[in-house]
Write a protein that binds this ligand. Structure first.
Ligand SMILES: [Cu+2]
Length: 719
C-alpha cells in the first residue's frame, strides 16, 4: 500500500518537465461514411512496419514532444518530422516490428451510421502470416460468416490475398476491429469502429484506445517465457500483484499507450522520461464531450481518470446505461466505456491517466486534455485526492474493495441499469430454458478443455471437422483435453450462463467476450475479501465443484450451484427488469458472473477470454447456436482444408459425423422440420412410383418390350 501512495505522489511529471506536445487526434487515414449513404465501402491493408520510422525521413528520435531525424544533433535548430507519419508507440528508439493496418497504430477509425451496409476489402500484404478481421461487438445477424474468426467463420486470408467483408452496421455504439489470428492484435492490428446513431446534434466526441506496451515482448514471447522460465539478467521474474493481493501476471509492460502514443519512463519517481509525443484531446471551455474508451490491450485492466474532471459513464459495449458519475473506471481488454466530460475548468492542460491495477509495478498510459488557447505544454495537474469526506467512486472493480486507506468505493458493473425501454432479461420458460456453467482457468481452459481451432472453416464445412471433443476420450494430456469445444444451443431458448473463475487455478480476473450477442448481465458474485486491507481471502461459496477435492485443489471441470434450489433461474439478487447489456465482462478471481441471452442469432459464436494469450492457448469455446438455421454462405465463399493426405480408411466417419449431427439436428424445431421434410419427400416419391407403375402397366399393353426396359430401372427385379 505504501508504495502505491508513494507512486501517487511522485510518478507524474513534475514542474521540471514542461514540454511542448503537438499530436493530432485522428489518423488522416480515418474513414467516415456519408450519413445519407446506404452502402459504405473502404479498404484495409495489413502489413509489417516499424515503430519510430518515417517513410521518407528514416529513423527518428523524440525530444520535447517532437520527432527528429536520427542525424540531427541540435533539435532546437532543426526541422521536425511530422508525428502523424510515425508509429511512435512509447518512443523507444530500438524499433519494434509491428503488424498494422494502413501503416498506422491504431489502424484508421471506421465511422459509419446505424443500419448502413459496411463493405471492407482486407488485403493481407504480410509475407507469411494469414490474417482475419473480427468486428468486435457486432452481432452479424444473418451474416455469421463475416465474424472474422479463423477456421470458425471463415478460412484465414493467406499472405497476398484479399477478402471482402460485408455486413450491417448494428448495433450502434463503440466497437473496434482487430485480427483474430494468434497475437496479431497486440502486435498492432486493430482500430476503432464507431456506429453512430441517427440523432440530431450529437455532442462532439473523441476516441480513446488504451493498451499496455512492451518494447520486445508480444503475447507469444510472453507466453513462452512463462511456460519455459522467466529469467532476466540471471534473476527470476516476480509476477505482478493485483490490488487484492492475487497474482496478476508475469507479462511485463514497459509503458502504456493511448491511441498508439505513450512515453517511456526511465524513472517514475523522478518523472524522467524519453519526451515522446502524446495524444492530445482538444476541448473548448464550456462544452460537453463524449469520449469513447476502448480497451485494446493484451492483458492488463487500466483505471482511467482525468485530472480536475469527473467522468460520467453513459454507455458500455454499445448499450446505454443510467449515467453514473465517477472519479474513474476500470477498462479491460475488449471492453468499451463511453463517458461524457464537461470542460468546465480553467483553460489549461490536464492529464488523462490510465494506470494498471498492478501494485508492485507501475504501468501507465497518459494523454493530454487541452483546452482551446491553452499553451502547448505538458500538464502539471494532479490526480483527485480521495478523502474520507470525499470518497472516490471507481466503476467496474474486479474485486470487492480497495484498501480502506485509499478512500475508494467500488461500483460493480451489475449495479448499473439499462436505459433501453422494454428490454428485460429473457424469461425462464419451462422446457425452453438452459443453464450452463463455464469455468475459465488460468492455463487456457474452459471446463478442463483447451480450445483447438479446426483446420477447416467450421461454419461452412461442419462435416469436415476432425477435432471434436469426443476424440479426447482416452487422449487427455495430463488432465487437459485439446479439442474444438462446442456448446449446442437450441433455437430461441433462453440461455443462462454462469461464467466462473474458481478452482485450483483461480487468480486474476478474466474479461470474457461473446461473439454474436450482447448478453444481459444479471449478477456478479465475489469471493470473500478483507474490507480493511482489500485482500482476497477465499473463493465464492455460491458455487461448488464436482469431485472429492475441495474447491481450492479442484480443477473445477464441472461447476454447480452450491445450493441446488438456485437452479432454473432461482438465484437471489438477479436483476431481471433493467439489466445492463454487454459483450465483454470481467469475471472476478474466485467469483462468477451470471449472464443471459436469447438464442435468436443462428451461428457459430466464439466465447473466449480477451486476454490475448489466454485465448490463443485455449481459453474459449464455440456457441453452436441453432446450426440448422444458420444462413448459407454466399456463392463462392472460400473453403479450406488440411493439407495432410488422409486415406479413406483413416477417416473416422462416426466421429466426423458427430459434429455435423449435433449441428444439423441441434434444436427441437429443426428436428420437427426435418421429419416433416422426410415425410413429405417419402409421400411424393411413393406417389411418383405408383403413378409410374400405372403408366407402365398401361403402356405395356400398347408398346414394345424395349421401351418398357428403358424405365425398368425403377424395379428391383433382376433383368
Ligand atoms: Cu483470461
Amino acid at each position: 500500500m505504501t508504495s502505491v501512495l508513494h507512486y501517487k505522489k511522485t510518478m507524474w511529471p513534475s514542474r521540471y518537465h514542461i514540454f511542448i506536445f503537438i499530436v493530432h487526434l485522428s489518423s488522416a487515414a480515418s474513414y467516415k461514411c456519408d450519413r445519407t449513404a446506404r452502402v459504405c465501402e473502404t479498404s484495409l491493408t495489413v502489413q509489417h512496419y516499424l515503430t519510430m520510422t518515417h517513410p521518407v525521413n528514416s529513423t527518428v528520435y523524440p525530444s520535447r514532444g517532437k520527432l527528429y531525424d536520427y542525424r540531427v544533433t541540435d533539435p532546437s535548430t532543426s526541422p521536425t518530422v511530422p508525428v502523424d507519419d510515425v508509429i511512435t508507440a512509447d518512443g523507444w528508439e530500438a524499433k519494434r516490428l509491428v503488424i498494422v493496418v494502413n501503416r498506422t497504430l491504431p489502424g484508421p477509425d471506421i465511422v459509419v451510421y446505424e443500419g448502413q451496409t459496411l463493405i471492407v476489402h482486407v488485403t493481407n500484404s504480410l509475407a507469411s502470416d494469414s490474417v482475419t478481421i473480427h468486428w468486435h461487438g457486432l452481432h452479424q445477424t444473418g451474416t455469421p460468416y463475416m465474424d472474422g474468426v479463423p477456421f470458425v467463420t471463415q478460412c484465414p486470408i493467406a499472405a497476398g490475398q484479399t477478402f471482402t467483408y460485408e455486413f450491417q452496421a448494428y448495433p450502434p455504439g463503440t466497437f473496434w476491429y482487430h485480427s483474430h489470428v494468434g497475437s496479431q492484435r497486440t502486435k498492432g492490428m486493430f482500430g476503432a469502429l464507431i456506429i453512430l446513431r441517427n440523432e440530431t446534434n450529437p455532442i462532439p466526441e473523441h476516441i480513446l484506445q488504451i493498451q499496455e506496451w512492451n518494447h520486445n515482448w508480444d503475447s507469444d514471447y510472453g507466453f513462452e517465457m512463462m511456460v519455459y522460465g522467466l529469467v532476466e539478467n540471471r534473476t527470476q521474474f516476480i509476477p505482478s500483484e493485483s490490488v487484492d493481493g492475487t497474482l496478476f501476471s508475469l507479462l511485463k509492460a514497459h509503458s502504456g499507450l493511448i491511441n498508439g502514443r505513450g512515453r517511456y519512463y526511465f524513472n517514475y519517481e523522478t518523472g524522467s522520461h524519453n519526451e515522446a509525443p502524446l495524444t492530445v484531446y482538444k476541448v473548448k471551455q464550456g462544452s460537453v464531450y463524449r469520449f469513447r474508451a476502448i480497451g485494446v490491450g493484451a492483458l492488463y485492466p487500466f483505471r482511467v481518470s482525468v485530472d480536475g474532471h469527473m467522468i460520467t459513464v453513459i454507455e458500455s459495449d454499445g448499450f446505454p446505461i443510467q449515467p453514473m458519475t465517477v472519479e474513474s473506471f476500470i477498462i479491460n481488454p475488449g471492453e468499451r466505456y463511453d463517458f461524457t466530460l464537461v470542460a468546465n475548468q480553467t483553460i489549461g492542460n490536464y492529464w488523462i491517466r490510465g494506470k494498471t491495477l498492478e501494485m508492485n509495478r507501475v504501468t501507465m498510459a497518459e494523454a493530454i486534455l487541452r483546452y482551446d488557447t491553452a499553451p502547448e505544454n505538458d500538464p502539471v495537474t494532479t490526480r483527485k485526492d480521495c478523502k474520507v469526506a470525499d470518497v472516490c467512486l471507481v466503476l467496474n472493480c474486479p474485486f470487492q474493495f480497495y484498501p480502506a486507506s485509499e478512500n475508494i468505493k467500488c461500483v460493480f458493473f451489475d449495479q448499473l441499469r439499462s436505459t433501453i425501454p422494454n428490454d428485460p432479461a429473457p424469461e425462464v420458460v419451462e422446457g425452453r430454458f438452459s443453464e450452463y456453467f463455464l469455468n475459465f482457468f488460468s492455463e487456457g481452459m474452459v471446463n478442463g478443455k483447451m480450445f483447438k481451432f479446426p483446420s477447416v472453416a467450421a461454419l461452412s464445412q461442419p462435416s469436415a471437422i476432425t477435432t471434436q471433443c469426443e476424440k479426447c476420450k482416452g487422449m487427455k494430456m495430463m488432465q487437459m483435453c485439446m479439442c474444438t469445444h462446442t456448446l449446442n444451443l437450441d433455437a430461441d431458448d433462453t440461455v443462462q450462463i454462469v461464467l466462473s473463475n474458481i478452482g485450483s487455478q483461480a487468480g486474476m480476473s478474466h474479461p470474457i467476450h461473446m461473439h454474436g450477442h450482447s448478453f444481459y448481465v444479471l449478477k456478479t458474485g465475489f469471493g470473500k475479501y478483507n474490507a480493511t486491507t482489500g485482500r482476497f481471502l477465499s473463493q465464492t461459496e455460491d458455487l461448488a465443484c464436482l469431485g472429492s477435492l475441495p474447491k481450492e485443489q479442484n480443477m473445477c471441470d464441472e461447476v454447480i450451484w452450491a445450493n441446488q434450489s438456485w437452479r432454473n433461474g432461482n438465484i437471489p439478487g438477479l436483476e431481471l427488469n433493467n439489466p445492463p447489456r454487454k459483450d465483454t465482462i470481467t469475471i472476478p478471481g474466485g467469483g462468477y458472473v451470471v449472464i443471459r441471452i436469447k438464442a435468436n442469432n443462428p451461428g457459430l459464436w466464439f466465447l473466449h477470454c480477451h486476454i490475448e494469450f489466454h485465448a490463443t492457448h485455449g481459453m474459449g469455446l464455440l456457441l453452436n447456436e441453432s446450426f440448422a438455421n444458420v444462413p448459407k454462405v454466399p456463392p463462392g465463399f472460400p473453403t479450406c482444408s488440411n493439407f495432410e493426405k488422409v486415406s479413406s480408411a483413416n477417416v473416422d466417419s462416426k466421429e466426423t459425423s458427430v459434429f455435423a449431427a449435433d449441428t444439423l439436428f441441434s434444436g427441437n424445431i429443426s428436428v420437427t422440420i426435418f421429419w416433416i421434410v422426410v415425410g413429405v419427400s417419402a409421400a411424393v416419391i411413393l406417389s411418383l412410383i405408383v403413378a409410374l407403375v400405372i403408366v407402365l402397366r398401361s403402356s405395356r399393353k400398347a408398346k414394345t418390350k424395349g421401351s418398357f426396359e428403358a424405365v425398368a430401372c425403377y424395379h428391383a427385379e433382376p433383368r
